[in-house]
Every structure is written in structure tokens, then in C-alpha cells.
Write a protein that binds this ligand. Structure first.
Ligand code: NOJ
Length: 751
């Protein structure tokens, strides 16, 4: 490092050290923030307009043609030297990031460290279950741990920033990106968002083992019409606020340093030009002081949306709306210089955006140590460690949901002699990595077949056959699969989706098992042998036939590296399954969108009344409801009591309920608390999740499960568009899913 830059960084050290946790409160934090703002003032004073605009640019080569694949080009070196780039996307690895950073802090006039961003969605090298699966654990502490591992590995490879958590509520399983989020519910979504932000960012962002979180996609991207990716979201402001924004607010409250604007429009305004979202709500109401990045080329796409006639207009609209960093469209780079020069865009707005980005670079400690996580030794030692692999197995076990277990077919008996592991996902090491697999590699995946073999050792013989591919039409392999099935005592049949059928641009128009897999299930069932269906998929599938005919069904999603071991643990009873669905499973795609927290309507489907809100050819209920999941033991719920039946709006509702393990095995139960606000100034959902707890019980044991729920959490956006709790009568349930449970009532009164 040159002398000048040493001096420069020593100066910054004085303003930022010592580091304190993000949560440090009061005067200490204010003084620290003050010092950072003054340091930013002096940086802004010495930057040229071009260098300022450079800070707003996130650069990436083409998707498959990044600095990592082909090294740094002369053009890229020049770009950094000229201070015309603030962040790199898809640059990772200590070698490459150190060199890029060296050019930025030693060879540029601006000497501002670069920020390296990468999609670390469910693990870096140690691939964890996809986020939807992790949400099925209903275990925020486990999710925080898995996210922490991802942060440790990614940061050790020079990554500063992940584009996660994805906190989009998704109520339409046709939308492939449902795999990346926590499902349909704002309360569960908020809990998962908080856990992930904490896991990524730790207690102090300047800790080099943390990475910066980015809550995305702001906002309502999951409400894409028809479940078609990138499509329009046509929702009301009230639904936006009470459903879709809830996990974003939680992420901001947990300290997320950045947000990503979504591709979609809401009510005619694409998010990348949406001042109401990016400024009124995010900055003015929520007091968010980090920065917002666009999605890939989303500023450029304002022209396709038809809200900007030129790229210059797109640049102006986005910056003025509050969008700070341009990911990959180059619209800011190409247009802001002239717009600022001729006064069309005010220098003040530009400075505000630059300030937000620099603030986050300070919080990451990059001005103290621009190479904060660039250590080749750590890069080697942090990856795929035994403790990371163990965490992945633990998370995967908790993510599995037992949908059906007729006659206690599961767990499999230890004395089973011959097991056939059949299906296109039986010995598949690629697809269980799931969409956004990061740097996860198939060679490190334990397939289901491996896992079954690991579990049985020499005590049983394991046969296998693929039967068919995931989406092909060829049934030539059916014969071999049937022969294997006929020789076995029990069949584990693994069917589902390929990894690229969900995730970005992975929308489907049906929710059926793709290809000939449904037929494979039929022929295997035709052998008359006991079958355990293992589903691997990135979204709810519609499997009414299987639900009726196959005796045991495990929903395993995409579980990542430890797929086979985790499923083996469950199949043979090393652990009892404990996951619960974070999203409703429809009977058929025709029921979509389907979610438990719907409105009652004037003609609810509560009877056989013809003129009610229902289908004439199908029940309105889902195949498996939100919150549903079985165990190898059984639980009973009793003695639901409330401390008080009448509460003020500022009170806390306290409920107790007795949970008893009524079965023969130990197990975890996820106890769920729901409320219904019976009448309001606007209509309310029929049920809303407001609390949950994971409880472990030995056979025969009982525990009192206490809940404390602030009455303030029953607030909603009323007729006056203000969010508040309205007095009135409520129903409360505590139970094993969004259906059923013990029930009581309470009143909220004005006091
Ligand atoms: C587009 C995706 O929508 C977003 O989620 C992702 O973070 C960016 N590409 C960057 O890869």
C-alpha cells in the first residue's frame, strides 16, 4: 500500500474505531455515527461528480463471464482506477478481491474501498436447505446458525455482501421464487427475516466474519400475477402494508444494511422508480439509513415498463425515487454525469445516495481495513468444516415435513432386510442443491441413496433404480424399477422437481409431478409393496392421488449437501420429523392462490350452501394446510388459559397451554398461536399467526407452553390508512397447525 493511502486509512481509523455492536445504543452510537457522517462530508468534498457517480455503480461482467472466470481485464482495471465503480457483483475469492481492492485503494484518486456482493442464499460452499425448507423448521435460532455459517464461509472468500434474505411473501406456488423465501405468512416471514439478518450481520458488521444483508425484493415481487416471474403485482396499499411489507420492516428493524428494489410494478409504478416505497415508507416512515440497490438491470427495464421514454429519464426517476446503486444496467453511469451537470438532477440527491453507500462501507469497517476478510488461509480453513457440515445436517433434519404416515410405516424397522431406493431423485447429487446453490458442488452432496446406505450399513441390502428422468417422457426404465421394487421389503421412492424448475424465472403453470413421475408412482404402488414417497421440490406440489394412496409421504424440499444423511436420520428414526409447512399445499393448481389467512367473504364456505364462496367440483380447503406436519409421536393440547380476557391496546396477552406427548417416542412439536379479529373498520383475515414455539417432549411428558403476545401486534391498516389496534372481540387458537387447536376468546378495550 502506498504511503498516501496508509495515511488516509489511519485517518479513518480514528473516526471509526473502536467498533461497537450495531445495537450499541444512546450517546455512544450517536457519537460514532457523527464521526462517520463528518468523515463522509470530507470524502464528498474531495470527490469529482464522476467519482461520486462511480460509487453508485455495481459492476458485473456478463453472468458467465466474470472476473472470477477470466481474470481482471485492462478495461476493468481502468474503470476502478478512474473511480467509476463502487461495487462488484460476482467477484469472490481472496486472490481476485484483494487485487481489485488494491487497485481501488492504492491506484485510484478516490481511494474508496470496493464492496463485493454475491448471491449467498442458502450457503456458500456448505449448501444448506433452500430458504423455504429452512422456514419449515419454524426454528429461527437454527436458521440464524445456518446463515452464520454461510456468512463465515462467504466472508472468508472476500465477499462483503449477500443479496439475501429474500423476504417476499409468496401465496402462489406457480411462482418459482417461492423456493427462496419463507412462504405465505407475514409473521413467520418476519421471524425468518430477522433470524437471517442476524445470522449474516452478526452483532457488529465490522466483524470480518459477517456479511452485509440485503432484504429483497422490495416490494410485493411475490404477488406476481399468475405466478409468472417479473409480472405485475396488483395489490392494494393495505395488503402491501399488512402482508408484503411486514418481513421487510422486520429486516430493517434487525439492522439490515441494504434492500434490493424488485422488478415488478405496483399500481403502475415499478419499484425501481417508486418514491412512495423507497423514500416515503422506507426512509421517512421506517428511518432506514442504509442504501437500496436495484435488481439486475431493473433501472434499464423502466423503459420496457413504459415509465421512462429514455435511459436518461430512467436514471433520473430511479435516483429521485431513492434508488442508490445501479446493479448492472449502466444507466446511472451513462446518464447521471450529464443530468447532474445540466442541473436536471440535483447534486444534493447524488450526494445523499453516495453518503448512504459510504455509510455502509464504514459500518463494514472497509475504511479501516479494505482487505478485511482477504486471508487465503482462512479461505481454506473455513470451508466445509465438520461443524458446518453438522449444522447443515441439523438444519436439513428440521426442515423435513412428514405429510402422511399410515399405520406407522415410518420409522423403518432396523431389521428391514431389503430396501429399494427408486426414482429420478434417488441417486441424484445435483438437484438437491436447489436453486441459488452458491458454490455448492454436487460432488459434496450426500444423495438419498448414499444416506440410506450410510444409515443401514451392512444390516440391509439396498437396491436402486431410476425409473425415469425428472421431466423426460421415456418410461423404458419402469421395468427395472418395478423389478427392484418387487425384490424389496420396502420402497423409498424419490420424486419431484429439478433444481432449475424453481428459483428465478422458474414459474410453472402446473403443480404436478413433472414428466412421467406420476406414472412411476402408480407402477411402483402397483407392486403392492409398502412405499414411502420422498418429495424433493422447490414449491408446494399438487399430489392428491399420492396423498390418498401412498401410505407415507415426506416433504424434503431441496436439502443441500446433507440431503441423504438428514433423510436417512428421519427414515430410520434417529430423529422424529418435526417440520411444519410454511405454505399451504393445494389439491390442484386451480385453487391457487390459496393461503390460510384469507378473508371470510360475505358467503363463507362453511356449509353445503350452494351460493357460497366455493368450487362446485372441489373442496375449498387445501390438501395440506399451512402449519401442518406430523411426528413419529402424537401430541395433545389442553387447558388453554388466558391470564386476562380483557386487554388494553398497550397490554401483553399471556396465554398458557398444556402440551402432552401422548405417543411412544420423544419428539418436537411446533405449537402455533393464531388470532382472529372479529370485526374492524376494514375486514380482517380469518386467522393470523401471532406466535409459535418449538417444544421437545419425552414420551408421556407434559409441559405448560407460555405465550406472551403484545396486543400491539394485532394492529392493521384501518380505513384511515393508519396502523393501529382496534378494540373489539377476538378468537384465539393454540394448536398444531392453522386448522383446529384449542380455542378461547378475549376482548381488546380502549384504555
Ligand atoms: C436477479 C435476482 O432477481 C436477484 O434476486 C439477484 O440477487 C440478482 N439477480 C443478482 O444476482
Amino acid at each position: 500500500m502506498k504511503k498516501t493511502s496508509l495515511f488516509l486509512f489511519a485517518g479513518f481509523l480514528a473516526v471509526t474505531a473502536p467498533h461497537r455492536p450495531l445495537c450499541a445504543a444512546g450517546p455512544a452510537r450517536e457519537a460514532r455515527n457523527d464521526r462517520v457522517e463528518r468523515a463522509i462530508d470530507s470524502i464528498l468534498a474531495r470527490l469529482t461528480p464522476e467519482e461520486k457517480i462511480g460509487q453508485l455503480l455495481q459492476y458485473s461482467g456478463r453472468w458467465s463471464d466474470t472476473v472470477v472466470n477470466r481474470g481482471i481485464t485492462l478495461e476493468e482495471r481502468a474503470l476502478i482506477r478512474q473511480g467509476r465503480v463502487g461495487s462488484f457483483l460476482n467477484a469472490f475469492g481472496t486472490g481476485i478481491t484483494r487485487e481489485l481492492q488494491r487497485i481501488a485503494v492504492e491506484e485510484s484518486h478516490a481511494r474508496i474501498p470496493l464492496l463485493f456482493g454475491l448471491d449467498v442464499i442458502h450457503g456458500f460452499r456448505t449448501t444448506f436447505p433452500i430458504p423455504l425448507a429452512q422456514a419449515a423448521s419454524w426454528d429461527p435460532a437454527a436458521v440464524e446458525r445456518s446463515t452464520r455459517v454461510a456468512a463465515r464461509e462467504a466472508s472468508a472468500a472476500g465477499v462483503h455482501w449477500t443479496f439475501g434474505p429474500m423476504v417476499d411473501i409468496a401465496r402462489d406456488p406457480r411462482w418459482g421464487r417461492i423456493a427462496e423465501g419463507a412462504g405465505e405468512d407475514p409473521f413467520l416471514g418476519a421471524a425468518m427475516a430477522t433470524a437471517q439478518v442476524r445470522g449474516y450481520q452478526g452483532r457488529d458488521l465490522s466483524d470480518p466474519t459477517t456479511i452485509l444483508a440485503c432484504a429483497k425484493h422490495f416490494a410485493a415481487y411475490g404477488a406476481a400475477e399468475g405466478g409468472r416471474d417479473y409480472n405485475t403485482a396488483e395489490i392494494s396499499e393495505r395488503t402491501l402494508r399488512d402482508v408484503y411489507l411486514v418481513p421487510f420492516k422486520a429486516a430493517v428493524d434487525a439492522g439490515a444494511g441494504t434492500l434490493m428494489a424488485s422488478f415488478n410494478e405496483i399500481d403502475g409504478v415499478p419499484s425501481s422508480a417508486n418514491k412512495h416505497l423507497l423514500t416515503d415508507i422506507l426512509r421517512n416512515e421506517w428511518k432506514f439509513d442504509g442504501f437500496v440497490v436495484s435488481d439486475w438491470n431493473s433501472i434499464g427495464e423502466l423503459l420496457n415498463h413504459g415509465i421512462a421514454a429514455t435511459r436518461a429519464e430512467a436514471a433520473q426517476k430511479s435516483l429521485e425515487a431513492g434508488l442508490d446503486m445501479d446493479m448492472a444496467s449502466d444507466v446511472y453511469r451513462d446518464n447521471l454525469p450529464a443530468l447532474v451537470k445540466n442541473g436536471k438532477v440535483s447534486a444534493k440527491i447524488l450526494d445523499t445516495a453516495v453518503r448512504r453507500i459510504l455509510r455502509i462501507k464504514f459500518r463494514l469497517g472497509l475504511f479501516d481495513d479494505p482487505y478485511r476478510s482477504c486471508n487465503p488461509e482462512t479461505e481454506k480453513s473455513e470451508m466445509l468444516t465438520p461443524s458446518h457440515i453438522a449444522a447443515a445436517r441439523e438444519m436439513a433434519r428440521e426442515s423435513i415435513v412428514l405429510l402422511k404416515n399410515q399405520s406407522d410405516l415410518l420409522p423403518l424397522r432396523r431389521d428391514t432386510k431389503t430396501i429399494a431406493v427408486i426414482g429420478p431423485l434417488a441417486d441424484n447429487r445435483h438437484d438437491p442443491l436447489g436453486p441459488w446453490k452458491g458454490l455448492g458442488e454436487a460432488k459434496n452432496v450426500v444423495s438419498l441413496l448414499d444416506g440410506v446406505r450410510n444409515a443401514v450399513g451392512n444390516s440391509a441390502s439396498v437396491l436402486t433404480a431410476r425409473g425415469c428422468t425428472i421431466s423426460g417422457t421415456d418410461t423404458a426404465g419402469f421395468g427395472e424399477a418395478v423389478s427392484a421394487a418387487r425384490c424389496a421389503d420396502v420402497i423409498v421412492l424419490a420424486v419431484g422437481e429439478s433444481m432449475d424448475m424453481s428459483g428465478e424465472a422458474g414459474s410453472r403453470s402446473t403443480l404436478d409431478l413433472p414428466g412421467r413421475q406420476e406414472d412411476l408412482v402408480h407402477v411402483i404402488m402397483g407392486t403392492g409393496k409398502p412405499v414411502i414417497l420422498v418429495l424433493m421440490n422447490g414449491r408446494p406440489l399438487a399430489i392428491p392421488w399420492e396423498a390418498e394412496h401412498v401410505p407415507a409421504i415426506l416433504e424434503t424440499w431441496f436439502l443441500g449437501l446433507q440431503t441423504g444423511n438428514a433423510i436417512g436420520d428421519v427414515l430410520f428414526g434417529a430423529v422424529a420429523p418435526s417440520g411444519k409447512l410454511p405454505v399451504s399445499f393445494p389439491r390442484t393448481v386451480g385453487q391457487v392462490p390459496i393461503y390460510y389467512g384469507h378473508k371470510n367473504t360475505g358467503r363463507p364456505d362453511t356449509s353445503n350452501e350452494h351460493f357460497s364462496s366455493r368450487y362446485i367440483d372441489l373442496p375449498s380447503s387445501p390438501l395440506y394446510p399451512f402449519g401442518y406436519g406430523l411426528s413419529y409421536t402424537t401430541f395433545s393440547y389442553s387447558d388453554l388459559t388466558l391470564e386476562r380476557q380483557s386487554l388494553g391496546t398497550a397490554d401483553t396477552l399471556r396465554a398458557n397451554m398444556t402440551l402432552t406427548n401422548t405417543g411412544q417416542r420423544e419428539g418436537d412439536e411446533i405449537v402455533q398461536l393464531y388470532v382472529r379479529d372479529l370485526a374492524g373498520s376494514v375486514t380482517r383475515p380469518v386467522k393470523e399467526l401471532k406466535g409459535f414455539q418449538r417444544v421437545h417432549l419425552a414420551p408421556g411428558a407434559s409441559a405448560i407452553v407460555p405465550f406472551s403476545v403484545p396486543v400491539a401486534s394485532f394492529a392493521f391498516t384501518g380505513l384511515d390508512m393508519k396502523k393501529k389496534v382496534e378494540p373489539g372481540s377476538f378468537i384465539l387458537w393454540v394448536g398444531p397447525s392453522s386448522v383446529g387447536g384449542e380455542q378461547t376468546t378475549f376482548e381488546v378495550v380502549e384504555r
